[in-house]
Design a protein around this ligand. Structure first.
Ligand SMILES: Nc1ncnc2c1ncn2[C@@H]1O[C@H](COP(=O)(O)OP(=O)(O)OP(=O)(O)O)[C@@H](O)[C@H]1O
Ligand SMILES: [Mg+2]
Length: 260
């Protein structure tokens, strides 16, 4: 029985379609994320990464397909599915006039967590913002805001964390710290789906990545397997500047032109 539970993917997306009017942003995407896995979605601007996450989060209604979070269908039982999710949006903003302490207290309360004043202070110290405790959200730097939004995303200890470009705009120190935090979350039993434009990040933290483009999954595997699998593809060979890298595979498969 335990084996059976463990074998249910933490996220099971099948033939997901997201449309905005006549534009198809996600075109029959199927992906499975294993328990305890850190999974990366890579793709050029407009590939459909945020739209895929939005459908999982229930922010957009899929035009087709199914999404199971921990075996729960998000359309049939959205509340139970959402309770298992932690979400950090591509650009998070909180009530700008509230202080950090008030924001952490507010969200702990919304999730029904009972956290003491000391508990709140400890969590804020954990993200290095103890000196900023009484500052309003709007007066934090971009990186500080991002650290706070990650803290809020995991405050209810979700089993699956969705992070949309979590390290864009962070300095190298904060980026490394965030990678450590992501790995700690996994050690604590969580699974993570993140999007990134950084090949370095994909290689540093992701067990597997999917390269998506124009709403379709082009390939899925571990970063090193992706390189091994596609290194002889003529499109990849053409763009490589030496030893084939993950970025060469990415550009080879998705093309060199800039997306609108
Ligand atoms: N709310 C919306 N209304 C209409 N079209 C949208 C909307 N959101 C996204 N799109 C379109 O859907 C497609 C996929 O966008 P999406 O935001 O999912 O891409 P992305 O992979 O997250 O890109 P980026 O790397 O730039 O964040 C794009 O063509 C985009 O213009
Ligand atoms: Mg996006």
């Amino acid at each position: 029985m335990d084996n059976q539970v463990a074998s249910v993917p933490i996220l099971d997306i099948a033939d997901l379609i997201v449309r905005y009017g006549t534009r198809t942003a996600v075109d029959k995407v199927s992906l499975q994320i294993r328990r305890g896995e850190i999974f990366g979605l890579l793709g050029p601007n407009g590939a459909g990464k945020t739209s895929t996450l939005s459908a999982i989060e229930g922010l957009v209604k899929p035009s087709g397909g199914t999404v199971l979070v921990d075996g729960i269908d998000i359309q049939r039982d959205p509340l139970a599915a959402k309770a298992r999710l932690g979400v950090q949006l591509q650009s998070s903003s909180f009530q700008s006039e509230l202080t950090i302490e008030q924001i952490v207290r507010l969200y702990s309360g919304l999730y029904g967590m009972s956290v003491t004043r000391q508990g709140i202070a400890d969590r804020i110290r954990g993200i290095g913002l103890d000196a900023e405790l009484g500052k309003r959200f709007k007066s934090l730097s971009g990186g500080q805001q991002q650290r706070l939004s990650l803290l809020i995303a995991v405050i209810h200890e979700p089993v699956l964390l969705l992070l949309d470009e979590p390290t864009s705009g962070l300095d190298p120190q904060s980026r490394r710290q965030l990678w450590d935090r992501i790995e700690n979350l996994r050690t604590g039993g969580g699974s993570i789906l993140l999007t990134t434009h950084s090949m370095e990040e994909a290689q540093a933290v992701c067990d597997r990545v999917a390269i998506i483009d124009r709403g379709k999954v082009l390939t899925v595997d571990s970063p090193s397997e992706l390189v091994a699998k596609h290194r002889d593809d003529p499109r990849v060979v053409r763009v490589a500047r030496g030893e084939v890298t993950l970025e060469d595979v990415f550009i080879g498969l998705t093309g060199s032109e800039i997306r609108g």
